[in-house]
Design a protein around this ligand. Structure first.
Ligand code: GDP
Ligand code: MG
Length: 165
């Protein structure tokens, strides 16, 4: 069983990625949810069943104190940024620092979301920021359902490698 948290600025598409993955739909009403919401989905990987408890923090992403509580006991995290918003990538350390402070050095997968839109961030900028932090990156579109499953598989694989369940 894994507690997975979604990190990243407001509006990058965290709730949409979860909705797409768990319910295969985008429900616009969910984006205004307040507080932490849990979703559960089991992923089968090489014959092993991984129960994922997926946490979504609605609308309160800017409160540092809440972030640490939200991250406590996480087995892994997604850092989501929006390719149409450079700031959402530049804010990476505020998210990683909260995560590492609350949960230790757990597995992280970076997610470049909204690949159905033109990017304002260069590949070199993305590589520079992510490689310096040892992160692998996956390109997704919650809107067009591109690579959303792959992102979850990647994270569970990383968690499994570290042996932290
Ligand atoms: P959150 O604040 O990080 O949870 O972001 P939301 O999931 O609420 O999404 C913010 C906005 O971005 C909404 O208008 C979504 O419809 C839109 N959005 C989310 N994912 C995508 C995507 O992959 N492509 C596009 N074009 N829009 C997206
Ligand atoms: Mg949200």
């Amino acid at each position: 069983m894994h507690k997975l948290v979604f990190l990243g600025d407001s509006q990058v598409g965290k709730t949409s990625l979860i909705q797409r993955y768990v319910y295969d739909t985008l429900s616009p009403d969910m984006t205004r949810t307040i507080g932490a919401v849990l979703h559960i989905k089991t992923l089968e990987l090489d014959g092993e069943f991984h129960k994922q408890i997926i946490w979504d923090l609605g609308g309160e992403e800017s409160f540092a104190q809440l972030r640490e509580q939200y991250c406590a006991n996480a087995s892994g995290a997604f850092f989501v940024f929006d390719r149409t918003n450079l700031k959402s990538l530049e804010h990476i350390d505020r998210w990683l620092n909260s995560l590492y402070a609350a949960a230790g050095k757990v597995a992280v997968v970076a997610v470049e979301n909204k690949i159905d839109l033109e990017s304002v961030i260069t590949d070199a900028q993305i590589r520079g920021i992510l490689e310096a932090r040892g992160l692998k990156h996956i390109q997704t579109s919650a809107l067009e359902n591109k690579n959303v499953d792959v992102a979850f598989e990647e994270l569970v694989k990383k968690i499994r490698e570290r042996g932290k369940y």
